[in-house]
Design a protein around this ligand. Structure first.
Ligand code: CDP
Length: 194
């Protein structure tokens, strides 16, 4: 079975949580594509060389979820040659036998426009910043500013900007519990799986 669920959306909208839950429920493989960009940003040096030579160890670093790594990720993610170096791996993952869920910014628009299910998971900037603050702590106002700045950069870049695919279903998680958000997404996947 070839079956791709594309989950895109802005920072801390709940993409990862929903994607993991969908993968578990439907027995699909899961790829957090943000981790690829975080690993490239964290590696330092020439970002294109880092993307071309990314190793499993780079993805296993324990500092990739920090605010600084998110910021670095969004800077290197605006470089077309970095994105190009990571494209084929993501495409192959998306169309692997057995089905896959990928979460990121450009999965439904660029990596896998043929995805069987496309979700655009979003929430208000305040709600997303609060969730990120619960994860990373620190100064709440600074976390909000970082989330807003990163979204602007991701939406404003020329190559593969963050935007919903024309045929994506929007899931606004601002007022939803995790279970409610997962249930909405799972209903869409189940309907398409038939
Ligand atoms: O977890 P969070 O939503 O905050 O971020 P992430 O998904 O780990 O992505 C970190 C950064 O990587 C984003 O701000 C984007 O700039 C970049 N990214 C991207 O450009 N394309 C993707 N498919 C995934 C992430």
């Amino acid at each position: 079975m070839i079956f791709t669920v594309a989950v895109d959306g802005p920072a801390a909208a709940g993409k990862g949580t929903i994607s993991k839950a969908l993968a578990d429920r439907f027995g699909l493989a899961h790829l957090d594509t943000g981790l690829l960009y975080r690993a490239v940003g964290a590696k330092g040096g020439d970002p294109v060389a880092a993307a071309q030579g990314l190793t499993p160890e780079d993805l296993a670093r324990d500092d990739l979820r920090s605010l600084a790594a998110g910021e670095a990720a969004s800077r290197v993610a605006a470089i077309p040659a970095v994105r190009a170096a990571l494209t084929q791996f993501q495409r192959d993952f998306a169309r692997r036998e057995g089905g896959a869920v990928l979460d990121g910014r450009d999965i439904g628009t660029v990596i896998c426009p043929e995805a069987e299910v496309k979700l655009y998971v979003t929430a208000s900037a305040e709600v997303r910043a609060h969730r990120r603050w619960l994860e990373v702590g620190g100064d709440a106002a600074q976390v909000l500013a970082e989330v807003v700045a990163r979204d602007e950069r991701d939406m404003g870049r020329a190559d593969a900007p963050l935007r919903p695919a024309a045929d994506a279903v929007r899931v606004d998680t601002s007022a939803l519990s995790i279970d409610e958000a997962v249930a909405q997404a799972a209903t869409l996947v189940a309907a398409r799986l038939g």
